[in-house]
Design a protein around this ligand. Structure first.
Ligand SMILES: Nc1c(NC[C@H](O)[C@H](O)[C@H](O)CO)[nH]c(=O)[nH]c1=O
Ligand SMILES: CC(=O)[C@@H](O)COP(=O)(O)O
Length: 179
């Protein structure tokens, strides 16, 4: 049986990170933990590109653009959606997770969901804390493993002469017919 196991070595891999500014007191800690984990695993600082967006709702568009660019082996999405007094939390969380998953499927590039969705500020702080749940490091480790898995799978495709199936055809926007 041939098993494909992603290694935890990040050397030579290129990472995109999309991080939202909303709840920056939390997302900045997610970012620093992710960066530390990637560099400690061998990724060069010059191999990591960070893009900041206003909130979690804006993450999917940038994540998809980065993933489809062909410049990254994995994209990490970092954010913090904390419930308030209205149903707004449900909409932001749902669209962020749906859009991030779709970005991965649209690009054949691992796009990692590192967006906290918590009931309270305290829960968010705990999950960003490197001494506690350290979700930023967790997202980085997932990105490294998945990037290595995909490299092996796509190398296998190439070796087996499977062409054109590992990268989506770049779709152009349908031209609007003049009214
Ligand atoms: N309440 C939170 C938001 N809200 C902002 C949205 O993400 C978005 O920027 C806005 O609706 C404009 O499109 N964003 C978070 O990341 N976290 C929150 O708790
Ligand atoms: C997740 C949110 O959008 C939330 O922080 C907004 O708070 P509220 O529901 O009280 O407007």
């Amino acid at each position: 049986m041939k098993a494909i196991k992603g290694s935890s070595d990040a050397s030579g891999l290129r990472f995109g990170i999309v991080v939202s500014r909303f709840n920056k007191f939390v997302t900045s800690r997610l970012l620093s933990s992710a960066m530390e984990t990637l560099t400690k695993a061998g990724a060069g600082e010059d191999q990591i590109e960070v893009v900041r967006v206003p909130g979690a709702f804006e993450i999917p568009l940038v994540a998809r653009t980065m993933a489809r660019s062909g410049r990254f082996d994995a994209v990490l999405c970092l954010g913090a959606v904390i419930r308030g007094d209205t149903p707004h939390f449900e909409y932001i969380s749902a669209e962020a997770s749906r859009g991030i998953a779709q970005a991965s499927l649209d690009s054949d590039v691992p796009v990692v969901f590192g967006v906290l969705t918590t009931e309270t500020v305290a829960q968010a702080i705990e999950r960003a804390d490197p001494q506690k749940y350290n979700r930023g490091a967790e997202a980085a480790k997932t990105a490294i493993e998945m990037a290595n898995v995909m490299k092996q799978l796509q190398a296998g495709d190439a070796a087996a002469g499977v062409k054109g199936q590992s990268r989506p055809v770049r779709r152009t926007r349908p031209r609007k017919k003049p009214i």
